[in-house]
Design a protein around this ligand. Structure first.
Ligand code: PGA
Length: 244
């Protein structure tokens, strides 16, 4: 059983059909039945598939659902946007905010904080993504980026959110930082936000490196993109985490 609460978050990005989401939800929830309760698995499909996945899950499901983004406002003239309350009504308990693929569209640290606050108000746990670009990594500016991206987050109440440290250059690239670099980044984040902050790692997590990454004492789980699209690999990572 994991020695601390651990989260495995499946981020499907803009992939999958309603049938895929139902099949994934059903199979992954079944795989969670024998797994210790302090291992939390969360499925974040595209917005329209949240309700499909919810319909495939029993009332007391172990697998929880999340959205990949929300708007900071509760409602209003925001064409194409979805509020945290709407995601919650569809069945979400979590929402990813500030993913680098959204920051690349212009989201600022202030926008990300506002989204996280809206999520908490709507009863969702935000998964707040931070992390440096490859250029910043090469220039040894990772600590400076983390400092800037976490500065405003102290406004959030402890325990209401998760952080996902995702170096942008590790996302979808098959590359990961050295484990010592992951530990250093997580330790820095905990120094700013408190030692009880839950900090996940994301970026090219797959069955072959899950054990090595999750075994780091500073790491409270993983945000998984590509490797979460296949039921077998998600179940393999859950089974690895369950044994830690
Ligand atoms: P990846 O994506 O696992 O495909 O690298 C992670 C993410 O973007 O959250």
């Amino acid at each position: 059983m994991p020695s601390k609460p651990t989260w495995l978050i499946a981020n499907w990005k803009m992939n999958g059909s309603a049938d895929d989401a139902r099949a994934f939800a059903h199979a992954v929830n079944a795989a969670l039945a024998p797994v210790p309760a302090n291992l939390n698995a969360v499925f974040c499909p595209p917005f329209p598939l949240i309700a499909s996945a919810a319909a495939a899950l029993p009332h007391n499901a172990r697998l929880q659902l999340g959205a990949q983004n929300c708007h900071a406002a509760a409602s209003g003239a925001h064409t194409g946007e979805v509020s945290a309350g709407m995601a919650a009504a569809a069945g979400a308990k979590y929402v990813i905010v500030g993913h680098s693929e959204r920051r690349a569209l212009g989201e600022t640290d202030a926008d990300v904080l506002a989204k996280a606050q809206a999520a908490v108000s709507a009863g969702l746990k935000p998964i707040i993504c931070i992390g440096e670009s490859h250029e910043e990594y090469k220039a040894k500016r990772t600590a400076e980026v983390i400092k800037r991206q976490t500065a405003g987050l102290a406004a959030l109440a402890a325990g209401t959110y998760l952080i996902a440290y995702e170096p942008i250059w590790a996302i979808g690239s098959g590359l990961t930082p050295e484990t010592a670099e992951i530990s250093a980044a997580h330790s820095q984040i905990k120094t700013v936000l408190g030692s009880s902050a839950s900090v996940l790692y994301g970026g090219s997590v797959q069955p072959g490196n899950t054990q090595q990454i999750l075994a780091l004492p500073e790491v409270a789980g993983a945000l998984i993109g590509g490797a979460s699209l296949k039921i077998e690999s998600m179940v393999a990572m859950i089974n690895t985490a369950a044994k830690l």
